[in-house]
Design a protein around this ligand. Structure first.
Ligand SMILES: Nc1ncnc2c1ncn2[C@@H]1O[C@H](COP(=O)(O)OP(=O)(O)OP(=O)(O)O)[C@@H](O)[C@H]1O
Ligand SMILES: [Mg+2]
Length: 255
């Protein structure tokens, strides 16, 4: 691997609680490179969200080092993030939400309309820029959140159960779109509880153990990234075998 996008070395994280510290994560060593779509699964409370908070720089590890592009991560500078709830600004239209992200990213005002249009197009919302955020569906709101996360052209995209609140069909459609968000330059770290979603999206799946989360399985997913229709891929024997392997590891850590 060339310079990794993300590097965790000897990372442990404990939260301070009233009586005793709560060990949430680690010890953990993990590297994520450009072009990788890493999906993290694990039992509830195994530290998945903690891992994303450490990588985004919102939280510092109790022990060990977290590096993004070789440096300590600075919140909002290095990574784009999407959460379970879209957290849009209700006082702004769809386009305005993306425009604000572009402003934060330092994009000059005159360049913003074109970038807003391109981002809306990328997430399939070209016609909805003028809508209010409460006038669009949950799936569309999550698309706006994705466009907003992409506004600063981050090398790294973090997603924490972004589709958990969506209906099954919308969820599958968004999975198909999000699958192509990696590229030569970009990497994605994605958290989910769905084994199907993990195997479909990932180039690599990490299963965390029960709290404090450690790597119980680190599995490459060598499924084709283009050329095969999504339905065919989901129905393939290779897909089923990988899903079985991830599910077995999850059962083992939950036992
Ligand atoms: N701010 C906090 N203060 C104290 N303990 C916390 C805090 N945030 C998380 N924890 C604890 O740390 C552990 C890991 O939490 P985390 O949210 O990372 O888990 P998770 O894997 O994302 O769980 P879920 O699948 O339910 O989202 C849990 O036991 C949780 O109770
Ligand atoms: Mg979580």
């Amino acid at each position: 691997m060339a310079e990794p996008l993300v590097e965790l070395a000897g990372v442990e994280h404990r939260y301070r609680a009233r009586k005793a510290d709560v060990p949430a994560l680690g010890p953990l060593d993990l590297r994520v490179g450009a072009g990788e779509f890493l999906v993290v699964v694990g039992p509830s409370g195994s530290g998945k969200s903690t891992l994303l908070r450490l990588v985004s720089g919102f939280e510092r590890p109790t022990t060990g080092v977290v590096r993004v592009l070789g440096d300590a991560p600075v919140p909002g500078r290095d990574v784009g993030a999407v959460f379970q709830q879209p957290r849009l600004f209700p006082w702004q239209a769809v386009a305005g939400n993306i425009g604000t992200a572009l402003r934060w990213a330092g994009v000059p005002r005159r360049d913003r309309p074109e970038r807003i249009a391109a981002l809306l197009d990328q997430v399939g919302l070209a016609a909805l820029g003028k809508r209010r955020t409460w006038e669009i569906s949950g799936g569309q709101q999550q698309r706006v959140a994705i466009a907003r996360a992409l506004a600063a052209r981050p090398r790294l995209l973090l997603m924490d159960e972004p589709f958990a609140a969506l209906d099954a069909l919308t969820r599958e459609r968004l999975q198909e779109d999000v699958r192509s968000l990696t590229g030569e330059e970009r990497g994605v770290v994605f958290v989910t509880h769905s084994v199907d979603e993990a195997v479909f999206l990932a180039t690599r799946v990490v299963v965390l153990s029960d709290r404090p989360g450690r790597v119980a399985l680190d599995l490459p997913i060598p499924l084709p990234r283009s050329g095969v229709p999504a339905d065919e891929l989901r129905g393939s024997a290779d897909f089923a075998a990988l899903r079985g392997e991830v599910a077995a590891a999850l059962r083992a850590v939950a036992a």
